[in-house]
Design a binder for this molecule. Structure first.
Ligand code: NAP
Length: 544
């Protein structure tokens, strides 16, 4: 007889999967206070009947204690075991088959094809981290041997490596129910580093979270990882998330979501008696600079490309191009006319949940009510009550420079063309920008040669500089930088995508004149893991 807290589903590996509706406190369960939340299908606007129990402060405390206890064993698991654990999470996610795809699509309104792609990205990230931790490169082993007869003072033996921080709290965003959620980039990076993870499930996709959470627990049990390596807590308010960030055992936070949410959690972390880092990946308007020669050569092609990029996935990407800049003149008029033609036929769409749809309406209306902001073109297609209509606005460069409200992200299919009088005004607009995830330059070779200062100005503001492309689409590979100066993130020194995102959950420790038996393996003379090390200034895999 099944408990009422369990939903039973059959996986493609042909075994039954019990989906817990209770909070996962390590390997245990909690019904919290007995209060529940449920998912909503945003397309049919109907409640999904499965209920999930919201957590209490006691659950937070228990999960944190378990994580703290698990930390010592988990952080010292051999790399191969941790890598195999990550690979099993990916395998278990895949074993959920269509069940996961249907559920994520049902809870977010995102098409199944998009979810399938996102699952591939998520499992790919997990496997990529597994490979990376096997290399040992992430510990950045550095050895400077002693020089006893150095004058005027002897040089000590110094050896340094990266070690995991401790329990990490992860918040996912509604627009990536897999890739930036329970087993998304932050969780994969933190687990790879050897940090236990506590996820605050996004209330927009609780069933998806539960399924992925069970995949992680199953993999943890399969590889004998300690109880507390992973916990999953539900809430549809701020209390649980804020308690997790404020808990004395929390050592770092990975957050993906709105600027308001990320900033609130950053402030809580900063006010703790022992402040901790919050790696918040937040909103961005992803400026695009349209240079004159490019508009002369191919304004129609650029207009079509941008009409598609802005409306892709109902504009629900953190890299959505929200601001386009051009210089007034014949070429820009031609671009506007092509943009109108390409944009007017774009489709309205349903956003991830009612709250995000309402926020879009409110923010886009507010933007359009600002002085000197007008609609350039709107989709003319019929929209149902739950759908939003793609909108392209326009304003003057001088207004953009003086009105800070025009710099805010409108999350969804909304973009604005900033029409500048001349190159100097465009330069001032770029200087006035906040920090961004991406900045794009659309230009011909002559444009880039003539405007090297603009390229420099834009690079000062962004994490990723794009030449002749669209910012949507974030390749997962070691050279990707997904981050940027505030408010794109709270720490521009790190990427949230790719293997180097592991650095957020590690800290360096130096060992001075340490007796050889006490040195960790990566710093021992014989180099037992045969990893690349920087020894007395030279990269080598040779023993010392
Ligand atoms: P969100 O509303 O900020 O929610 C993210 C998570 O944070 C949710 O679990 C939410 O809990 C929690 N939260 C928000 N404010 C909080 C507070 N004050 N205290 C405690 N917890 C809080 O973001 P979203 O609507 O899901 O995502 C859309 C946003 O994410 C967009 O701005 C988009 O640009 C950004 N995004 C950025 C990236 C990136 O990589 N930079 C990627 C994807 C999305 P509740 O829902 O329970 O309130």
């Amino acid at each position: 007889m099944l408990s009422i807290h369990v939903l039973r589903y059959r996986t493609t590996k042909n075994y039954d999967m019990d989906i817990e509706c209770r909070n996962r406190i390590g390997f245990d369960f909690s019904e919290g206070s007995g209060k529940t939340l449920h998912g909503v299908n945003p397309v049919s606007n109907t409640m999904i009947p499965d209920k999930f129990f919201t957590a209490t402060p006691e659950d937070v405390d228990e999960a944190m204690h378990k994580a703290q206890t698990a930390f010592q064993k988990f952080s010292t698991t051999v790399w191969e075991e941790r890598a195999a654990f990550l690979e099993s999470i990916a395998d278990e996610m895949e074993a959920l088959g269509d069940l996961l795809i249907h559920r994520a699509s049902e809870e977010t309104g995102l098409p199944e094809a998009r979810i399938i792609g996102e699952r591939g990205r998520t499992t790919g990230q997990l496997r990529m981290f597994a490979q990376y931790i096997r290399t040992g490169n992430w510990v950045e082993a550095t050895i400077d041997t002693a020089i006893a007869d150095r004058s005027p003072v002897p040089k000590p033996d110094l050896r340094k490596m990266m070690v995991p921080l401790g329990p990490v709290v992860v918040f996912g965003a509604s627009n990536f129910p897999l890739a930036y959620s329970v087993a998304g980039g932050d969780t994969a990076a933190a687990l790879a580093a050897g940090c236990p993870v506590l996820v605050k499930a996004h209330p927009g996709h609780p069933g998806t979270s539960a399924l992925v959470g069970e995949a992680i627990i199953k993999a943890a049990q399969m590889h004998d990882m300690p109880d507390g390596t992973f916990s999953l807590l539900y809430d549809n308010g701020f209390a649980v998330g804020q308690a997790l960030v404020g808990h004395p055992y929390t050592t770092a936070v990975g957050f993906t979501g709105s600027v308001g949410g990320g900033r609130a959690l950053f402030d809580i972390a900063a006010k703790r008696p022992n402040p901790i880092p919050v790696f918040a990946e937040m909103g961005s308007t992803n400026p695009v600079i349209l240079l004159p020669e490019a508009l002369k050569a191919r304004s129609k092609e650029v207009a079509q490309e941008y009409a598609a990029s802005i409306t892709l996935g109902v504009g629900q990407f953190c890299t959505n191009p929200g601001l386009l800049f051009g210089i007034r003149g014949e070429e820009l008029e031609e671009f506007k006319s092509h943009l109108k033609t390409a944009f007017i036929g774009t489709n309205p769409g349903t956003m991830l949940h009612e709250g995000i749809g309402k926020a879009f309406m409110q923010k886009s209306n507010k933007m359009l009510s600002e002085p000197d902001v007008a609609v350039l073109v709107e989709s003319d297609k019929e929209a149902t009550a739950d759908q939003v209509r793609p909108t392209f606005a326009t304003t003057k460069g001088s207004e953009f420079i003086k009105n800070p409200s025009l710099h805010e992200e409108v999350f969804g299919p909304f973009s604005m063309l900033i029409e500048c009088e001349n190159i100097d005004e465009l330069d001032h607009c770029i200087k006035a920008l906040h920090g961004q995830l991406t900045g794009t330059l659309i230009g011909e070779p002559d444009d880039f040669e003539n405007h090297t200062a603009l390229v420099y100005e834009l690079q000062q503001k962004v994490g990723r500089l794009i030449f002749n492309g669209v910012p949507t689409g974030v390749e997962v590979c070691p050279s990707m930088m997904h981050g940027g100066p505030y408010p794109a993130t709270t720490d521009s020194r790190f990427t949230a995508v790719g293997i180097h995102s592991i650095k957020r959950f590690l800290r360096p420790v130096a060992y001075q004149n340490t007796p050889h038996p006490l040195l960790p393996g990566p710093l021992k003379n014989e180099n037992p893991n045969k990893i690349m090390r920087l020894v007395n200034g030279t990269y080598t895999t040779e023993p010392v």
